[in-house]
Write a protein that binds this ligand. Sequence first.
Ligand SMILES: NC(=O)c1ccc[n+]([C@@H]2O[C@H](COP(=O)([O-])OP(=O)(O)OC[C@H]3O[C@@H](n4cnc5c(N)ncnc54)[C@H](OP(=O)(O)O)[C@@H]3O)[C@@H](O)[C@H]2O)c1
Length: 383
Amino acid sequence: MKRISVLGSTGAIGVQALDVIKMHSMRAVCLAAKSNVDKLAEQAKEFRPEAVCIYDEDKADRLYELLRGEGIEILTGMDGLCKAASLDSTDLVLNGVVGTIGLKPTLAAIEAGKDLALANKEALVSGGELVMDAVKRKGISLYPVDSEHSAIFQCLQGSRREDLRKILLTASGGPFFGRKKQEMKNVSVEAALAHPTWKMGKKITVDSATLMNKGLEFIEAMRLFGVSADEIEIVIHRESVIHSAVEFSDGAVIAQLGVPDMRIPIQYALTYPARLESPSKRLSLWDYGTLSFYKPDFEAFECIKAALKAASLGGTAPAIVSGADEVAVGLFLDGKIGFTDIGELVSGALEAVEVSPIHTADDVISAVEAAAEYVRERYKKGL
Ligand SMILES: NC(=O)c1ccc[n+]([C@@H]2O[C@H](COP(=O)([O-])OP(=O)(O)OC[C@H]3O[C@@H](n4cnc5c(N)ncnc54)[C@H](OP(=O)(O)O)[C@@H]3O)[C@@H](O)[C@H]2O)c1
């Protein structure tokens, strides 16, 4: 029975991962969340893990109260999260935490020799070189959870790396597809959260609307598959049926298709190489009739342009755009800045914060903090 630690168990990815774990009688040995103690306690009572972690230390007392007499160890803070990622009894860590805060537990899991199912894209974008070096050094398996990267991973099965020519990274285009920058200036938070095809946490949903998500995924693909920026092409595909594709030397293109349901890539990451039954709806191409493809509009969607520039700069540049985006999206969700301000702040941070090489996780965290600080200062000064 595979024993899994689920970091971010109360979020969109975490909840779906627990569905998969339950369906296939795997064991959740540890669950971790940031502040949602009630949901975490409810999950703990159902899944009976050895330990739970609540990151916000001021929520620990409430968790002790809710789990009194249950015999479940309670961990807190970053030390607790790293311990949750490296328990002796864990075979695989599913990291479904949102934000660069997921970097240290990702590295802790790898150092402890745990296999990793990685949804937390910000960790891979910001600290990708550190993560991939550690993966190689420790010889662990890293399974992508993001649907696009899972698709690429699936398309590459049984092929030789030297035969890969190009990755076709698909994107839904989000709710504002086809609009110009000016036409998005006053869009509401509700409109940005109305994703046409996927149901996800708020940060990634806004990132999908600004196309920052695709920029982050572009960098994620470079890290995971060891390709350069000119070996990846972004294709807007409105129906989210083709989750991505790869082109080989002979011109053959292999794509992975399916309904937009994250339980499919989550399950593949947890059960690889097995393909077990899934409750997901089956794909009927007749239901779609037509599939559409477009080029991204880099002028209207400033975030993606900044992310691609960061990809070419390397070093801490991806951490800078990711860190700036995290704070800018939070400000947008709180109604404090406009939608198009996100792109301006992300691009501004990349101009303003010095890019340097990465040697340690602290280099990444400093770059993320500098970018976050830049965004907060700009906001305080009225942008
Ligand atoms: N949702 C998707 O379909 C999808 C698809 C592909 C990739 N991803 C990636 O997967 C990650 C999670 O996305 P999501 O949509 O599941 O986000 P979400 O619904 O907002 O959930 C985030 C989870 O992370 C937890 N968390 C946040 N900060 C934490 C911390 N410091 N310590 C411990 N736990 C912490 C949250 O706990 P609380 O509930 O207590 O706040 C929650 O459980 C993101 O990196 C996203 O880009 C998501």
